[in-house]
Design a binder for this molecule. Sequence first.
Ligand code: 8YV
Length: 302
Amino acid sequence: MAHETAHPDLYLLGGASPTLEAALAARFTVHRTEPPATTRAIVGGGSSVVDTTLLDRLPALEIIAIHGVGYDGVDLAEARARGVAVTTTPDVLTDDVADLAIGLMLAVQRRLVANDRAVRKGGWQVDLARRASGRSIGIFGLGRIGRAIAARAAPFARDLQYTARSAKPDFAGVFHADIASLAVACDVLIIAAPGGGATARIVDADVLEALGEDGILINIARGSLVDEPALVAALQAGKIAGAGLDVFADEPAVPDALKAMDQVVLSPHQGSATVDGRAAMAALVIANLDAHFGGRPLLTPL
Ligand code: 8YV
């Protein structure tokens, strides 16, 4: 590949697979801490923070390559104002995240994890579960991942409902302009919208109350979208029936109250964590960096 300078400085934020680390090390001088002012690239995860403080420290920065699809930690406006390119890894993780959403939904409804725990302790008692089929499924956020969830849910849902920035005429589901109205209409509310200021704690006590005592919340997006104390309170009071959560407000911290509840299935932010998905994400990060430093158009710029 054509580097203008051999091994430019790169700041690696967050975790990276050995394959990604090796591919980066073959091309860059990788810094895990204290990036020098000559740093030209950042590689970060979907939750990595790249704010003005960091941008101020890195005047030579040219590209932020996010290993993930969320970029709520990146000050995009500020990066753009400074001429810093930002890329993500869309599409290659969509199926994995959508699969997990359906898995969490079924696990909560059929009490799979609680029953597994019981059997391991010698139990054989069956507490009746909720039928998973025939429910109204609501999806908050109808981007790539929201649509992939809808495609998987459609065969066994009674109907699909959704909230997005605007109605999608090509989508066979009922549009709701706001999440409160979506929550009233559906039995299972699946959160698949981006994090950030516009959606912060949008799933609040009122939305949970609207979801109702038979309602289930699934979150595979960002913990920031849910008012976590309100969720704990709603679950404890039986105001909703259960929750399947892959993301949390303050990861990796998970409230003890949630850990104590059998009607909750907990998951360690693993939506994209398959061997296949992570390999494709790493390849796309590298392809974007190679394109940038080779003077070619970026594959997946924001
Ligand atoms: C990853 C994610 O866990 O895509 C995202 O936004 O949160 C996840 O895919 C993360 O980016 C891993 O680096």
